[in-house]
Structures are given as structure tokens and as C-alpha cells.
Design a protein around this ligand. Sequence first.
Ligand SMILES: Cc1ncc(COP(=O)(O)O)c(C=O)c1O
Length: 381
Amino acid sequence: MEPIYLDHAATTPMHPNVIKKMNDTMRDVFGNPSSIHHFGRSARAILDDNRRYLAQTIGADEKELYFTSGGTEADNLALIGVALANQNKGKHIITTEIEHHANLHAAEYLESIGFNVTYLPVDEAGYVNPSDLLNYLCDDTILVSIMLINNEVGAIQPIKDIAKLLNGHQAYLHTDAVQAYGLLNIDVNELGVDLLSVSAHKLNGPKGIGFLYAQKDVKFNALQYGGHQERLKRPGTESLPSIVGLRTAIQQIEDNKYSNFKLYSRYRDLFYQRLKESEIEFMVNGNIDQLAPTILNLSFANTKVESLLMSLDLEGIAASSGSACTAGSIEPSHVLTAMYGADHPNTKNSIRFSFGLANNEDQMIEAAERVIKVVKRLTGN
Ligand SMILES: Cc1ncc(COP(=O)(O)O)c(C=O)c1O
């Protein structure tokens, strides 16, 4: 039986061109970009070129990009770094109940050291209501952090509207764009954000690399101490092969703008249509017309998430019950709990299917058939 990977929101396979470019870099450019000799200068030139390329993919200046070990570190640097550097202006932060744990646990840490954090609720479709922000925004607010695409249900948040509401207010706006970079066309100026987090392994790049965009006037503290790299904000010898991998991954997408969006929508729709034609009972968590095409979170009545995941795995379907970090855990998803309330059945019978490079059209029909078989068996139909 061919295994079918429907967990691209957890991580994606690397694009063959990414692997090739990373191999070439590992073989040919091993110098430390901080060294002044020829080997170092060659590495520095490649580092600078990649930083410039990556910055222009989001309409930023190269001096506004800070390489990190991925999305978690970028989120931590944004939340904790901004909070520590701006506490003289206020100690209030606003985020949402549906953020990734990279954000939520950083926010909890800030609470433990004396900051106040407001967690905005979402509606049943997983959206933040921008006007809710105004109920909580105060003179003391220094940071608002709201993700662009939710990693569990795929809801695309109204970041532009939120940015407009913050016009003239001292609070910086951060967005976690880990699930959005490479899928949506992102321009930080059009979007109106001051900080933005990216991770390479969600867009067919390597694990362990990402960046934080921080607009040049944003004040934030480093969370580590060491060398002078990343303008002192993130010391440590740069992982050049990984940075080249990230650039190559986004370049595949930039070179054929939006083709992934269309392709993955097609995969998602094929899978969804086949399920709809069957007799199994299910509902979409979220509003299908407004979701990122890579993610489809479905609730199957009268089932349990643990048995669903186990049975799907036996049928060769790799899916997930929630964010990658909580995959395998039996705790109800915090995102679905925020959408429906605690103890709602959907928090305990939902599966996230996510589509991408490892898929093809034929697999979508086959995957749907296997899901139908599993659900029929588990519900006794
Ligand atoms: C929305 C979101 N933010 C942050 C992260 C963490 O990124 P990384 O795995 O690169 O640390 C993830 C990964 O699951 C994510 O989906």
C-alpha cells in the first residue's frame, strides 16, 4: 500500500533543487562568513546575496532580516525581544487564543515575569474580529501578535484590517507567517506589519532555519549573547547551507507565482469532493471558501481522534490531530476549543489533512477512499 502524506502543515519534504543547492554549498563554501580571508569572504558574499533575495520576497530591506533557527525562535524573539526592550512604554501585549505554542508559551513566559497578556477570542470559523482588538487596546499596549494563517484549521486572519486599527498607536504588530510564506503574496508594507516570522521547512526547505523580519525602527532585545552576527540580535555562526536552502525553496515558488496555491487548492478540492459524495458524516472546521488551500480540518461525528489517527496510519494515511507539537497527544486542540468552547465534540473528533509537494491528484481520490473506509468502520456503517 502506498503511504500518502497529508501532513504538510507539520512539515514538508525538501524540493530536489533545495537538496542540490544545499549539497553544493556544503561541499564548496565551508568558510565562516565572519572570517576575513578568502574562504570567509566567499561565504559572506553568498550570505549577503541570500539575505537580499529573501528580503525582497516580502518587500523588506536586507537590514530588516534576522536569520533564526526557525519559526519558534522567530516568534520568541518577536514577543520576548520586543516586550523586554519596550517595557518602559507599557507592559500589555495582545495575542489570540489560536496562536501556535511558539507564541502562546512565549506569552505565558512574559506573564510569569510581570507582563499582562490579553488572548483575543475567535468565532466558530476561527477568525479574530478586528473590532475586538479595540476593546482591549490601551495606552499600555506595546505589542499585538496575530498569526496570518492558522496552522490547525487554515483560517486566514484579517491582518491588514488589524494593522489599520493600530495606525497611530505605539503598539508594534507582529504576525506569525510560518504557514503563509510561500503561499500568499506577502508584502510587509502592504500588510502593515512591523515584525513577521518565517520558517523554511513548511515550504519545502530545510528544518532549523527561518527568519524574523523586524522593521528598521522596531526596538527589540537579543535573547542570546555571543558574536556580532545578525547585527547582535541573534549571535551564532550562520548556517549558510540552510539559508541557501530557504532561498532556493522560496525561489521555486517565486519563479512560478501562485502555481502552488492553485495546485494545492485542486488537491484539497478533489479530496473534499470525494468525501462529500460518500455517505460518511463530517463537517469542515472553518469556512471552506476562506481557508488556506493547504489545510482542511474535518470533524467526523461519532468517532474519537485517537482511533481515527491510528486507523488512518494503518491505512497508510499520515495526518494529524492538531499542531505538529501536540501531534500524538490526546489533549483537545486549543484552536478548536477556542472556536467551539471546551468539551464540544469537534475538539475530540477532528483531523487535520494538509496538502503539498508530496501529493498528486490520484493520491487525493485514493486518500479519500481510505478515509471513507476508516470512518465507516469506526462508526459501524
Ligand atoms: C504557525 C506556526 N508557527 C510556528 C511554528 C514553529 O516553527 P518551527 O517548527 O520552524 O520552529 C509552526 C510549526 O509548526 C507553525 O505552524
